[in-house]
Design a protein around this ligand. Sequence first.
Ligand code: CTP
Ligand SMILES: C[C@](O)(CO)[C@H](O)COP(=O)(O)O
Length: 228
Amino acid sequence: MTRHSRPIIAVVPAAGVGSRMQADKPKQYLTLLGKTLLEHTLEVLLSYTPIQQIILAVAENDPYLDRLDVIRQPKIKIVQGGKDRAGSVFNGLKAITQPHAWVMVHDAARPCLTHEDLDKLLQIEDDNGGILAIPAVDTIKRASAEKQIIQTEDRSQLWQAQTPQFFRADLLYRALQQAFEHGLAVTDEASAMEFAGFRPHLVAGRSDNLKVTRPEDLKLAEFYLSRK
Ligand SMILES: Nc1ccn([C@@H]2O[C@H](COP(=O)(O)OP(=O)(O)OP(=O)(O)O)[C@@H](O)[C@H]2O)c(=O)n1
Ligand SMILES: C[C@](O)(CO)[C@H](O)COP(=O)(O)O
């Protein structure tokens, strides 16, 4: 199976409530430049031709999804999300039917992703897979439970993980299963793959591929999208 012949499937976890956003609806349905955050994210993936299918994991009884025309695109398949992000991703993986597929897991909350970064990720072809990430640019502090700064970390080898995270779908499925069985708290796919013994590659991404998480992130994301 060469790099160019493997099926590429995107799994988009979009079943969160966005509690840190403190908004009146889940953040993926907040509007930027006249479209929801989810529409922006899906449009980036739909327009990236190497992606053959998008599996979208949404909350059970999501009352917003049906209002979006984009979800009726034939490339998009809807599945029910899980109790946490990893559960939503796992449900998405279960819906992949293509043998030898590779999966790009991308947060619905990251609408500013570029095809330029996707191209970089697509260069990965060994079973370790890889993720977009940015090197730490601030001084990093480790704080005690009382949030008192107790020490400064060496940031020279620290990176902030982003998404997409790109792996062979079958290997990621098994790695997540193993992580769940061992009660591992999985906040990204790479942590499950590392637990399974793989060494995912770090691919330097753009710092504007932010995850919209807190209220102030929305205007920043809108600014980045306006420059596209
Ligand atoms: N049970 C969940 C929880 C999160 N997500 C998705 O995972 C992505 C990244 O998670 P995060 O930014 O934490 O989103 P939320 O969990 O919605 O935010 P919060 O933690 O502030 O509630 C988001 O696109 C979110 O919709 C998901 O699919 N299923
Ligand atoms: C997957 C991720 O975006 C990589 O940084 C991050 O772990 C998601 O964390 P969240 O708390 O679920 O937003």
